[in-house]
Design a protein around this ligand. Structure first.
Ligand code: 5GP
Length: 202
């Protein structure tokens, strides 16, 4: 059976990753989505268990100590982690899984998962990133400064990703993200059963 692909998406906040992920999941509804755990407070409209599993710092620490996370990281002062068991199950069942995680976590997944494709979503410019963060109205000035400083740190890691997608025009960015995903599904390492099947009948 074909093994599922882990599609890992990282981007500085404000780059438009959430919108792109929504589109990808709408077009490919079979995608398994890894719901992360976080210690940050829910934002308006966020649903526990759908957007994140919201945990206290104590509970997060307990789960981390028993090895429940495939990776974890501290981002903007909050802890985030990817639960390991659902990921292993999805990939083993041949289901592709989508991950929305920061670069520190992506680097850990690169070590912990054998079949993963890493895509970095870039903003068209730092000025546009700042404009989008302000427009979103979720953060005060200090938080926006923190996010911009963090964005610069994250951008330095973009070089080891498999694909870079600039999110200037949303449709173009989506086409490129889609192309990177489809290309990843065609890799021989993930499709050995196709050749094996042909050889078995010859
Ligand atoms: P936000 O709080 O805005 O939803 O997310 C902040 C950052 O945390 C984003 O860069 C997002 O990709 C990252 N993040 C979300 N879930 C996880 C996770 O499970 N692991 C890691 N390492 N980062 C995550």
């Amino acid at each position: 059976m074909r093994r599922g692909i882990a599609l890992v998406l990282s981007a500085p906040s404000g780059a438009g990753k959430t919108t792109l992920i929504r589109r990808l999941r709408a077009e490919f509804p079979d995608f398994g989505y890894s719901v992360s755990c976080t210690t940050r407070a829910p934002r308006e409209g966020e649903v526990d268990g759908r957007d994140y599993t919201f945990l206290s710092r104590d509970e997060f620490g307990r789960r981390r100590a028993r090895g429940a996370f495939a990776e974890w990281a501290e981002v903007h002062g909050n802890l985030y982690g990817t639960p390991l068991a659902p990921v292993q199950e999805m990939l083993a069942n041949g289901r592709d899984a989508l991950f929305d995680i920061d670069v520190q976590g992506a680097a850990q997944l690169r070590l912990n998962l054998d079949a993963a494709t890493f895509i970095f979503i870039l903003p068209p410019s730092m000025a546009e990133l700042e404009r989008r963060l302000r427009l979103r109205g979720q953060d005060d000035d200090a938080a926006i400064e923190r996010r911009l400083a963090n964005a610069r740190r994250e951008l330095r890691e973009a070089a080891w990703y498999d694909a870079l997608v600039v999110n200037d025009d949303l449709d173009t960015a989506y086409d490129r993200l889609r192309a990177a995903y489809v290309a990843a599904t065609l890799a021989p390492a993930r499709n050995a059963h196709l050749v094996d099947g042909l050889l078995a009948t010859s």
